[in-house]
Structure formats: structure tokens, C-alpha cells
Design a binder for this molecule. Structure first.
Ligand code: HEM
Length: 360
């Protein structure tokens, strides 16, 4: 199980292309199967690439299992942060977060502000001049959250200062690996958004997107799900067994760490047809394909499921709406997302845009 203190941590965290499992996982799954023992972050650990065990862990969060994030991360986020808190403290913080980003609030406040933040950022883009899209994506989501939590506007000195600190802190934690080459789905995506604008015009509506418009962006939601399946932002989470646990013949000793690896189930060929293929249509025909919705955990599952899930999906969808309608784009330089362990574009995903004037 590797060196005494480091164990196999270096191999586990070794950078690899975002859309595959990496050598550490692939080698061990081939040798030991989907559930295996390791020594990670200085502690004996069970690693699970098994969809059923992953679900069992998250279904029993707070009862049989609890968070066990590496000390380095706890030091950065603080002992009182939500991902570390448990019991009543976690319940209280979680209810605040859920209310803050509830569907009624997304509809009444966040949708309009997200659209504004996106359009405002677009207005700063210079045609044919390369710029890092990743940084722009973080800027858009950061400006929105800062406005709602601290009532600060983009461009204010304090917002800019905070944004720089945030960028440094996140290093891409919430940036999503979007790459939309000129393929069939790029066309289908554009078609969906052109239709939405045409329908709005027919209804005599101009201006901002409504909740109904957003709800019609069904294919775009499939693209978001597929992107997160292939390029999982949070590839795994850290838990610890609270007692000796038995699961389908496996013993999970008390106090052992356990890591459910979401990416492994997302790329499992027994759960997703041709898992390495970017195929957003699979989400339209769930029942007809082997794509299993219950193994999909881009936003985790159970009591710790991401409270920002709907907000994140909405922001990405609204971004794509205006992006495909306003621009043609190309990569300025080749850049592939790498998992380290969060997805990162080594060059920041440099793109060049060309403004469109669509005649509709
Ligand atoms: C594509 C974007 C996002 C992805 C893929 C994502 C994914 C996740 C995942 C997998 C977890 C669960 C961690 C665990 O099980 O321990 C989580 C938790 C969390 N996320 Fe997100 N997230 C995203 C965006 C956001 C946004 C935009 C916000 C808020 C503005 C947010 C706030 C949180 C919070 C507060 C938690 C802690 C929940 C808890 O411990 O109960 N996330 N996220």
C-alpha cells in the first residue's frame, strides 16, 4: 500500500486527462475489482468505484458515515465550514443554503441577475483576441454570488479584490470543462436557443429571459449533465466509517476512510453506453439506454447533496444560451482539461470569439 505516511496519495492524485479515470484507478480496478483498499492521506482507506456502494455510503451519511476531508482542506475551509460540520450544525447551515438558492429565489432574483452578469462579461470581450474562458466563467459565477451575499457590484474595488483572492483560492474548483467543437450537438444546441428567441418574438416578448424560457432549454440541460458526467468537477468525496460496517461481503472497519469515486461510476461501461463518448442525447432516452440516472452523482447525493445544484445548472444554461446566440468561437490554443484532482485547463482554455448578428 505504498510508503508508510504518503501511502499511495501521490499516485492517487497524479494529474491525468479529466475524461478518464487515470492510471491509479484503472490499474487497481483491473487488479482488485471496483472496491479496494489503499493508504491515502496518511490513513487506511477503502476506495469505491462501485455504484451501489457509493449510493449506500451517501444514503447513510450522518448515520454510518461522516465527512473526513484531508486536514489541508479543512485548514483552508475552516472547522466550521458546511462540508466539515455534522449533525445539527450541518442541518442548520444546510437549511440556510437551501433557502438562499431555492427555486423561487432562482426564479425571482438569480435568473435575471445571472443573465445580466453574463451579458455584462460578454460586453468586455474583444473579437479575435485570445482570452482565457475559464477565468471569465469564474468571474461570471463569482459576481453573481457576491451580489447576493455581500450586495457588491462587479467592478467595485472590493469586489475585484475579493475576486482575485477567490480565484487564487479556488484554482478552478467550480469551473466546468466546457468544450463545444463544431459537431452535431453544437448545431442542436444552437437550434434550441434560436427556437426560444423566435417563440419569444412570436409572443411579442422582448428583453430578459423568463423562467418559462429557461425551462424550455431541455437539450442544453442534457449537455450540462453530459459535460458533468464526463468531466466531473468533484470527482470523489471523503468519508469515514463510524462503526464496523458490512456491505455485500465487504468489511469496512470502523474509523477507516472511504472514498466514493463518482467519476468511476460515470465512466463505467456497464452503466453508460460508450462512456467515453460525449453524447448528450443519452439523457433524453434514459430508459432506452443503459445510462442509469441513479448512479449519476455529479452533485453528490443524500444529506450532503450540493445545495447549489440548480443555481449552477441555471447559470451554465443561461451562459450557453447567450454564448451560442452571440458568438462563433474557436480554441486559440490546444488545451485539454486535466484532473488534479479538480478539472483544470493548463492554459485556462484560451478562445477567440467572433460576434454574430443572427437574423431571426
Ligand atoms: C457545476 C457546479 C457544481 C458542482 C459539480 C458541485 C458539486 C458538489 C458536490 C459533489 C458536493 C457534495 C460534497 C459531499 O458530498 O461531501 C457539493 C457540496 C456543496 N456545494 Fe456544490 N457544486 C457545484 C456548484 C455549487 C455552487 C454554485 C454552490 C453555491 C453557490 C455550491 C455550494 C455547495 C455547498 C455549500 C456544498 C456543501 C453541502 C453539504 O455539505 O451539505 N456548489 N457540491
Amino acid at each position: 500500500m505504498g510508503w508508510p505516511l504518503l501511502g499511495e496519495t501521490i499516485a492517487f492524485r497524479k494529474r491525468h486527462p479529466c475524461t478518464c479515470l487515470g492510471e491509479y484507478m484503472e490499474k487497481r480496478i483491473n487488479k482488485y475489482g471496483k472496491i479496494f483498499k489503499s493508504n491515502l492521506h496518511g490513513a487506511p482507506t477503502i476506495v469505491s468505484a462501485d455504484a451501489e456502494l457509493n449510493r449506500f455510503i451517501l444514503d447513510n451519511d450522518g448515520r454510518l458515515f461522516e465527512p473526513s476531508w484531508p486536514t489541508t482542506l479543512v485548514k483552508i475551509l475552516g472547522k466550521k465550514s458546511m462540508i466539515v460540520a455534522s449533525g445539527d450544525a450541518h442541518h442548520y447551515l444546510k437549511s440556510l443554503a437551501i433557502n438562499f438558492m431555492s427555486i423561487p429565489r432562482l426564479r425571482s432574483d438569480f435568473l435575471g441577475d445571472a443573465e445580466q452578469s453574463i451579458l455584462q462579461t460578454f460586453s468586455t470581450w474583444v473579437e479575435h483576441t485570445p482570452f482565457p474562458l475559464k477565468e471569465e466563467a469564474i468571474k461570471m459565477s463569482f459576481n453573481l454570488i457576491v451580489k447576493h451575499i455581500l450586495s457588491k457590484k462587479p467592478g467595485e474595488p472590493e469586489t475585484e479584490q475579493l475576486r482575485k483572492l477567490f480565484m487564487c483560492f479556488m484554482r478552478g474548483v467550480v469551473s466546468m470543462p466546457i468544450n463545444l467543437p463544431g459537431t452535431a450537438y453544437r448545431k442542436a444546441l444552437k437550434e434550441e436557443h434560436i427556437q426560444i428567441v423566435k417563440l419569444k418574438k412570436e409572443r411579442g416578448e422582448t428583453g430578459a429571459l423568463t423562467w418559462q424560457d429557461y425551462k424550455k432549454m431541455e437539450f442544453t440541460r442534457c449537455i450540462v449533465s453530459e459535460t458533468l458526467r464526463l468531466g466531473n468537477v468533484i470527482r470523489f468525496v471523503h468519508r469515514k466509517a463510524r462503526s464496523n460496517i458490512q456491505f455485500q461481503g465487504y468489511d469496512i472497519p470502523r474509523d477507516w476512510n472511504i472514498i466514493p469515486v463518482f467519476t468511476a461510476t460515470h465512466l463505467d461501461p456497464s452503466l453508460h453506453d460508450e462512456p467515453h463518448k460525449f453524447n448528450p442525447w443519452r439523457w433524453q432516452t434514459l430508459s432506452a439506454s443503459t445510462t442509469r440516472d441513479d448512479s449519476y452523482m455529479a452533485f453528490s447525493h443524500g444529506i450532503r447533496r450540493c445545495p447549489g445544484q440548480e443555481l449552477a445548472k441555471m447559470e451554465i444554461t443561461i451562459f450557453l444560451h447567450h454564448f451560442v446566440l452571440n458568438f462563433d468561437w474557436e480554441l486559440a490554443e490546444l488545451d485539454h482539461p486535466l484532473a488534479s484532482p479538480f478539472p483544470e485547463f493548463p492554459k485556462g482554455l484560451p478562445i477567440k470569439v467572433h460576434k454574430l448578428s443572427l437574423d431571426m
